[in-house]
Write a protein that binds this ligand. Structure first.
Ligand SMILES: *[C@@H]1O[C@H](CO)[C@@H](O)[C@H](O)[C@H]1NC(C)=O
Ligand SMILES: *[C@@H]1O[C@H](CO)[C@@H](O)[C@H](O)[C@H]1NC(C)=O
Ligand SMILES: *[C@@H]1O[C@H](CO)[C@@H](O)[C@H](O)[C@H]1NC(C)=O
Ligand SMILES: *[C@@H]1O[C@H](CO)[C@@H](O)[C@H](O)[C@H]1NC(C)=O
Ligand SMILES: *[C@@H]1O[C@H](CO)[C@@H](O)[C@H](O)[C@H]1NC(C)=O
Length: 504
């Protein structure tokens, strides 16, 4: 049982939002904005799922469709171009080096995302050798911390601290944009935090406050955007509503808010889930799927006739579920985000005409995947975008975040949410001002419910907690495990995850 804590927001937050709009509207707002790209990754549960380590080891051919979001960043003098995975669930920016074991593997898997060479940068400075980050999915990077000039969205920050992955398990670097309290050097070396990218952009005066907006856009769209220091009011409908971020271990370390309602809405009929609500959830753009408490996931699965695939650790359903005119609505005390069915259904075979054992082309296929990712798949099996958390922290990843416009206000420890405006091409950027109640066009939610945060919610870095007692342990499997290989652009890895799809 979760303990309920109902807080009343302080008077300072009740300042009229419309006043804030007037104050922040400018000809040339102080913001740092850039497009972000969606790209396929080889396996929808690879980066997030993690939790499947106890299940039997099966490997999987890399034809699966899942997505991560990337931003172009350059580091050093002269600039070295990188494409980094945007992660609100971690807090370090880091890059691979070309000479690391993973990057020298056959097929040079790091080349498309780019690597960093300290010796080629005249502005590189060594900081310490305490860079050691491990993510809940079991991936990790170790090496040095350094400082160098980092450019993003046409702006440069001199002397930004970041990690150099002299050894890592992932071929693309990460742009962690969470709280500084969650930095690897704080967690693993006991060092003080440093100003990471969002904080450094604010410290440099390029934006007025450490806050940014993330618009992931439609599953079938290639790009979204991130806007540091601003809100683009053309990218959402309705109004932004603001709820508090909750602490973990008495500090702000993750974007934790409370989910209070989940409703399946079909032609105006509403079927409400009640199991395990309200529940604290982490907003994590680095997770492809959403992970909810098992009883709640179970209720959603039965309402939508999704079958749990034990070996996959996720639900599978007929791909035609994507064509149903229904939404799954997530409420956070007041704001409700409606997720259309087609945003929740991931087609593992979209964009790949046949099995592709070498795994090449997972990126090259992007254009194909962008067009009609869910089209014409009646009868074939798809992955459902919500999976059981198995006792670990509940996470709302990209399958949820695509349907929302989210403002992460690290300065005021608040999250503002509104329904996304898919494929919006207009732009109306308002600056986020300094001080409280600074998010333009946002109204605070009064009496926001705050469910207790479990200790496992802090587990982005470090080990995840146990998974016993799951009602899913004996779940229905729609397919037998098929032995396959996980490959990444020619890199073959044994994976402790089992993505055995009936359609494979
Ligand atoms: C990122 O850089 C690559 C290579 O220069 C370019 O092809 C791509 O369009 C850029 N993406 C974005 C979103 O700016
Ligand atoms: C720079 O190059 C030297 C000589 O090749 C090498 O010993 C050193 O490890 C390199 N330093 C870094 C930070 O890569
Ligand atoms: C990195 O941290 C992990 C977990 O704290 C530890 O097991 C590992 O030995 C560390 N690696 C290095 C190279 O320090
Ligand atoms: C957004 O654009 C993509 C790509 O053109 C398209 O497939 C998708 O249906 C659009 N989404 C909406 C909600 O219009
Ligand atoms: C989907 O359902 C909504 C609400 O019930 C309705 O307004 C809309 O017309 C429906 N769309 C289609 C394509 O059936």
């Amino acid at each position: 049982m979760k303990n309920l804590v109902v807080t009343v927001l302080t008077a300072g937050l009740l300042v009229s939002a419309s006043a804030a709009i007037q104050l922040t509207e400018r000809q040339l707002p102080n913001v740092v904005g850039l497009d972000i790209m969606r790209r396929a990754i080889q396996n929808p549960t690879e980066r997030d799922a993690l939790r499947r380590r106890q299940s039997k080891t099966v490997t999987e051919t890399l034809t699966n469709e899942a997505t991560l979001y990337y931003a172009n960043v350059s580091i050093g003098t002269p600039a070295q171009d990188l494409s980094l995975h945007i992660d609100t669930g971690s807090s370090d920016l880091w890059a691979n080096v070309a000479s690391s074991p993973i990057c020298t593997y056959r097929g040079k898997p790091c080349s498309s995302a780019g690597t960093y060479d300290a010796n080629s940068s005249s502005t590189y400075k060594f900081v310490n050798n305490d860079f050691n980050v491990s993510y809940v999915d079991g991936s990790a990077a170790v090496g040095d911390y350094a400082t160098d000039t980092v450019s993003i969205g046409g702006q440069s920050i001199a002397g930004l601290q970041f990690g150099i992955g002299y050894d890592s398990t992932i071929p693309q670097g990460i742009l962690g944009i969470g709280y500084t309290a969650n930095e690897a050097q704080v967690n693993t070396a006991g060092l003080k935090s440093y100003a990471n990218l969002p904080q450094a952009i604010a410290n440099a005066g390029l934006i007025q406050s450490n806050a940014y907006s993330l618009w992931l856009n439609d599953l079938d769209a290639g790009t979204g955007s991130i806007l540091f220091g601003g809100v683009d009011t053309a990218k959402y409908t309705g109004q932004l509503q603001t709820v508090p971020v909750q602490k973990i271990f008495n500090q702000y370390a993750q974007f934790i808010i409370t989910l209070t309602g989940v409703d399946l809405v079909n032609s105006g009929n509403k079927q409400s889930m009640t199991a395990d609500l309200p529940t604290a959830v982490i907003l994590d753009s680095g997770s492809s799927l959403a992970y909810l408490p098992n009883p709640l996931t179970s209720a959603i699965f039965s309402a939508l006739k999704v079958q749990y695939d034990q070996s996959l650790g996720a639900g599978v359903c007929d791909c035609s579920l994507a064509d149903q005119n229904m939404t799954l609505d997530f409420t956070f005390t007041s704001p409700t985000i409606s997720i259309p069915m087609n945003e929740l259904i991931i087609n593992p075979n979209a964009g790949s005409s046949t099995n592709n054992p070498s795994g090449t082309g997972t990126r090259g296929n992007q254009n194909t995947q962008n067009s009609g990712q869910n089209a014409g798949n009646a009868g074939s099996q798809c992955i459902f975008g919500i999976a059981p958390a198995e006792g670990s922290a509940a996470v709302l990843g990209d399958t949820f975040l695509r349907s929302a416009y989210v403002v992460y206000d690290l300065a005021n420890n608040e999250i503002s949410l509104a329904q996304t405006n898919f494929n919006a091409t207009d732009s109306k950027v308002l600056e986020i001002g300094a001080g409280t109640a600074s998010i333009p066009d946002a109204t605070p939610v009064s009496g926001a419910v705050q469910a207790a945060v479990s200790a496992s919610a802090g587990a982005r870095i470090g080990a995840i907690t146990g998974t016993s007692g799951s009602p899913f342990a004996t779940g229905t499997s729609t397919s037998s495990a098929i032995s396959k290989q996980v490959s990444y652009e020619g890199l073959v890895l044994a994976a402790g995850i089992a993505a055995a799809l009936a359609c494979a």
